[in-house]
Design a protein around this ligand. Structure first.
Ligand code: FPP
Length: 226
């Protein structure tokens, strides 16, 4: 399973003399391209970071533009990807998003529920710490006694328990940070950073990241065989 931090839309826009909104729109095109490339590479599950719990603090115009872009992506790009077998789901808190867009999100999830070529999770109003806090809250609400709280009990209360472990995290744009993405699920992920700004990310970047991953030796905390 592959996760991607789609970073660098703002810098791409600045470098091309375009507005930040145009940068995010180029980012949405890169997302579509990357999902298609992922299908070709045989990746079955892809999680992308589209909007963090902290992104609400951006200028209100940018937040509004991202909400419009989310709505348009659900209406236009994701149905096209569904024709290629892409099941789309959303990861994160939903209650702060416009109810009409929440309804679009639910409808898309329902309409694509039986598709299985590639499973796409779009993290939107997502924060790794918020996810763990929400899971802890559910443990309390479910009345789980302290002695029964273990990794499995918490993991099954995350937003999408079926996600499991992330194998490879890719971050675009040269930043070397996790930025509160999938903190629990990334525990043993291999990290690959590329200088490519997200709107320029293409099949060659994805292939290079997968090849770098394939060359790594994963130990999960154990001692390497000698
Ligand atoms: C980070 O770039 C990117 C975002 C906060 C938004 C990501 C959104 C997309 C890729 C569009 C597709 C998503 C939707 C709505 C489904 P940045 O703006 O932080 O770039 P910078 O660090 O260069 O300023």
């Amino acid at each position: 399973m592959v996760a991607i931090v789609m970073d660098g839309n703002g810098r791409w826009a600045e470098a091309h003399g375009k507005s930040v909104d145009e940068g995010h729109r180029a980012g949405a095109r890169a997302l579509r391209r990357t999902v298609e490339a992922a299908i070709d590479l045989g990746i079955e599950t892809l999680v992308v970071y589209a909007f963090s719990t902290e992104n609400w603090t951006r200028p209100s115009g940018e937040v509004a533009d991202l909400m419009v872009l989310l709505s348009e992506t659900i209406d236009e790009e994701l149905p096209d990807l569904a024709k290629q077998g892409v099941r789309s789901r959303f990861l994160g808190r939903r209650d702060r998003i416009d109810p009409a867009i929440q309804e679009q999100m639910r409808a898309l999830e329902d309409e694509t529920a039986s598709l299985d070529t590639l499973s796409l999770w779009i993290a939107f109003d997502y924060g790794g710490r918020a996810e763990i806090v929400d899971a802890a809250r559910r443990l309390v609400e479910d009345g789980v006694p302290a002695e029964d709280v273990d990794e499995a009990a918490l993991a099954e209360r995350l937003y999408a328990p079926e996600l499991g472990e992330i194998d490879l995290l890719i971050r675009a744009s040269g930043e070397l940070r996790i930025s509160n993405f999938l903190l629990w699920e990334l525990a043993y992920a291999e990290l690959v950073f590329t200088d490519t700004l997200w709107p320029d990310f293409d099949v060659d970047d994805l292939r290079a990241a997968v090849e770098a991953y394939a060359a790594r030796q994963r130990r999960f905390g154990a001692r390497a065989a000698r």
